[in-house]
Design a protein around this ligand. Structure first.
Ligand SMILES: *[C@@H]1O[C@H](CO)[C@@H](O)[C@H](O)[C@H]1NC(C)=O
Ligand SMILES: *[C@@H]1O[C@H](CO)[C@@H](O)[C@H](O)[C@H]1NC(C)=O
Ligand SMILES: *[C@@H]1O[C@H](CO)[C@@H](O)[C@H](O)[C@H]1NC(C)=O
Ligand SMILES: *[C@@H]1O[C@H](CO)[C@@H](O)[C@H](O)[C@H]1NC(C)=O
Ligand SMILES: *[C@@H]1O[C@H](CO)[C@@H](O)[C@H](O)[C@H]1NC(C)=O
Length: 539
C-alpha cells in the first residue's frame, strides 16, 4: 500500500462512527479543487481506469485516496476528526485546457497527492486496529447471510415507497444534461440496462456503472414479497436515485445548499411517513449506485452531497457499490456488469461458454498508466506485463482509447487466466466484476478493492477466487507479478476458475427486470434475502 504516516502523540481512539469531516485538514487542497474547472471533472467519469493512492495518516486512521473520478481526496475515516498535516503536493494544472470529449491525456492531469516517507503499515498498531474494526463489521454483515429461497416470504413483506417523481423518475428525465459531455439517456434504455451488445451475445448490454439504482428499483417492484400496505411490511425500500441526484451536480457550479436540497426534501417527506418514524429508519434500505464518498461531502470540499452524513440517514441500510469501510450500515454490493441474464438457461449457457473459453493469455491488464502518480503501481505492472515475452501478458492500453468498447475488455478477459486489478479511481473497481463474470481470476493488490467490501457476495476465503499480491511489494520491486502468477499451479488455477464460474458468477450479476431465475440467486436476490435476515434480527 502506498502509505505515508503522519504521526501524532495522541492515543488512538476506537470510536468508529466518525461524523466529523474526515478531510478537514485538506483546506488548501479542497479550495484548489473547488476552483478546478468542470472540464477536468468529466475526465474522471469518462475513464474508469485510473489511479489511486492510499495515504494513511496518524491519529486514529484515515485512509485517503486521491481520486481522478472524484478529483478529490477520498478519505475513509475511522476515528475522531484529524488535526494533523498531510503532505500534499499539487502540480500546476492551469495548463489543463483541452477538449475532454476526446481521449484523455493523463499526463496532463495533476496528481493530487504525493506521499512522503512510506511506512510499513503492518507494523502500525493503529492501522491494525482499524483493520480489525473493518473485519468485525464484515463478520456482522456476513452473519446476516441467509439461505432462504426467493418467494419464501414467511409473512415478511417488502414495502416499496411510491416516492414523488422528483426523487427518482424526474432525475432520469434529466439524462440529457446530467453531464456536459454525454447524453446519458441511452444508458437508461431497456429498463436501465442500456443498449444491447450483440457481439457478446444475448443478455449483454452497455450498462452504465452508475445505473444500479434504476436496475434495483425495477427488480424490487416485482419482488414476490412486495406488499402494498405498509402495515404488512417488515422491510421498507426507499427508491431515491441519490446517485443520479449527485451526478447531475458534479459538473455544475452550484452551492452545497443546492446540492443537498433534494436529499433534505426527501427526509422531510420521509418524516411524514409512519413506518419511517416507527423504527427510526432502521428497517429502511436505500440503494445508491455511486461510491460512499460521493454522499459524504465535507465542509471543505465542494464534491457531492451530504446525504450520508445527515443524522437521520445513519440508521437505514445503505447498499453501495463501494462502502465506507467504517460505517456499519454501509454495505457493499456488486457493481453492475454488462451481463443481465433473464433465465437460468442464460446463466448456464454463459458458464459453459466461459469455462471452455480458450485462455491464450496467462495474464491481462486493461488500464492506463499514471505517470504522475508516483505511488501508483500501474506503471510497474505495465512494464512487467509488456516485457514478459512469450505472449504471457496482454496489455490493453486504455490511454489510447482501446477500452472504450465493453466488448474489447470482455473479450480480453475471456481469453485470460489472470486479470490484474490494481486500484482504480477509488479502491473498488467495476473491472473486478467484469473479470469475474468473464471467468478470469482477479489479481488484487489492495484488500479494500474487494475483501473489505462485499461480504454478501464474495466469500471470506478470498484465495478461492483471487490472488493477492500486496501493492507494497510490487512498489518495492520485491515481486515480479508475471513470475508470481506463472508459479501458480495448474490445479490451483483450475480450482479458482471453476469456483468463480460455478459458485460465484450467478450471484454477481443482476438479472434483467423480468428475470425468472429458479436454480440461481443473482446479486439482487442475495441482497434482498439478506436484508430480510437483517431486519428479522432487529426485533
Ligand atoms: C501555474 O503556472 C502558471 C504559469 O507558469 C502560473 O501563472 C500560475 O500561477 C501557476 N498556478 C499555480 C496554482 O501555481
Ligand atoms: C470537442 O471536439 C469534438 C471533435 O473534435 C468537437 O466536435 C466538439 O465540438 C468539441 N467540443 C468542445 C466543447 O469544444
Ligand atoms: C499528453 O500531454 C503531454 C504533456 O502536455 C504531451 O507531451 C503529450 O504529447 C500528450 N499526449 C497526447 C497523446 O496527446
Ligand atoms: C461559481 O459560482 C460562484 C458564485 O456564483 C462564482 O463566484 C464563481 O466564480 C463560480 N466559479 C466558477 C469556476 O465558475
Ligand atoms: C499507451 O498509449 C499511450 C497513448 O497513446 C502511449 O503514450 C503509451 O506509451 C502507451 N503505453 C504503452 C505501454 O504502450
Amino acid at each position: 500500500m502506498a502509505v505515508s504516516m503522519s504521526r501524532k502523540r495522541s492515543k488512538p481512539s476506537r470510536k468508529l462512527e466518525a461524523r466529523e469531516p474526515a478531510c478537514s485538514c485538506f483546506t488548501t487542497l479542497c479550495n484548489f479543487l473547488s476552483r478546478i474547472s468542470a472540464a477536468i471533472f468529466l475526465l474522471f467519469l469518462i475513464y474508469t481506469w485510473s489511479s489511486f493512492s492510499t495515504i494513511i495518516t496518524g491519529k486514529v486512521i484515515h485512509v485517503c485516496v486521491s481520486s481522478r473520478k472524484l478529483n478529490n481526496l477520498y478519505c475513509l475515516s475511522a476515528g475522531t476528526h484529524p488535526t494533523f498535516e498531510i503532505p500534499i503536493s499539487i502540480k500546476n494544472s492551469s495548463s489543463i485546457t483541452r477538449n475532454f470529449t476526446e481521449h484523455a491525456n493523463f499526463s496532463t492531469i495533476p496528481y493530487l497527492i504525493s506521499s512522503r516517507g512510506a511506512a510499513d503499515i503492518n507494523k502500525d498498531e493503529e492501522v491494525a486496529n482499524a483493520i480489525k474494526v473493518v473485519e468485525e463489521q464484515l463478520q456482522l454483515h456476513r452473519s446476516w447471510r441467509s439461505d432462504r429461497k426467493d418467494g419464501a416470504c414467511d409473512g415478511q413483506g417488502l414495502y416499496v415507497y411510491d416516492l414523488p417523481s422528483k426523487f427518482n423518475k424526474d432525475l432520469v428525465g434529466q439524462c440529457r444534461d446530467m453531464v456536459p459531455w454525454a447524453d446519458f439517456c441511452r444508458y437508461f434504455s431497456n429498463e436501465a440496462l442500456g443498449e444491447p451488445i450483440p457481439k457478446l451475445g444475448k443478455r449483454w448490454y452497455q450498462t452504465h456503472q452508475y445505473s444500479l439504482e434504476l436496475i434495483f428499483h425495477s427488480r424490487i417492484l416485482k419482488h414476490p414479497c412486495r406488499v402494498h400496505n405498509a402495515d404488512d411490511a417488515k422491510l421498507f425500500y426507499v427508491p431515491f436515485y441519490g446517485g443520479l441526484d449527485v451526478l447531475r451536480w458534479h459538473f455544475k457550479n452550484v452551492s452545497g445548499d443546492v446540492k443537498d436540497s433534494l436529499a433534505l426534501e426527501l427526509l422531510k417527506w420521509l418524516e411524514k411517513q409512519r413506518p419511517w418514524t416507527k423504527n427510526s429508519g432502521k428497517d429502511h434500505v436505500f440503494v445508491l449506485g455511486k461510491i460512499s464518498w460521493d454522499f459524504r461531502r465535507t465542509s471543505e470540499s465542494a464534491w457531492g452531497t451530504r446525504l450520508l452524513e445527515l443524522d437521520k440517514m445513519q440508521n437505514p441500510v445503505k447498499l453501495l457499490i463501494e462502502r465506507q469501510p467504517w460505517h456499519v450500515n454501509d454495505i457493499g454490493i456488486p457493481h453492475p456488469t454488462y451481463f443481465h441474464p433473464h433465465s437460468d438457461d442464460d446463466i448456464i449457457a454463459w458458464q459453459l461458454k466461459i469455462i471452455r473459453s480458450n485462455r491464450k493469455n496467462l495474464i491481462s491488464f486493461a488500464g492506463a498508466a499514471r505517470p504522475d502518480a508516483q505511488d501508483n503501481i500501474r506503471s510497474i505492472l505495465i512494464e512487467q506485463c509488456t516485457s514478459a515475452g512469450n505472449g504471457k501478458c496482454q496489455f490493453l492500453n486504455c490511454s489510447s482509447g482501446m477500452c472504450d468498447e465493453p466488448e474489447s475488455i470482455i473479450e480480453l478477459f475471456m481469453e485470460s487466466v489472470f486479470c490484474l486489478q490494481p486500484p482504480g479511481d477509488s479502491p473498488t473497481r467495476k473491472s473486478l466484476f467484469d473479470s469475474l463474470v468473464s471467468g478470469c481470476i482477479p489479481v488484487l493488490f489492495d484488500p479494500f478493492t474487494a475483501y473489505y467490501q462485499y461480504p454478501w457476495h464474495l466469500p471470506e476465503e478470498h484465495v478461492k477466487y483471487s490472488v493477492f499480491i500486496d501493492q507494497k511489494e510490487v512498489k518495492q520491486m520485491n515481486v515480479n507479478v508475471v513470475e508470481r502468477l506463472t508459479s501458480v499451479s495448474a490445479t490451483e488455477t483450475e480450482n479458482m476458475k471453476r469456483y468463480i464460474v460455478y459458485e460465484l458468477l450467478p450471484g454477481l450479476m443482476y438479472g434483467d427486470a423480468n428475470a425468472e431465475l429458479e436454480k440461481f440467486q443473482d446479486a439482487f436476490a442475495i441482497t434482498v434475502n439478506n436484508l430480510f435476515e437483517r431486519v428479522g434480527r432487529l426485533e
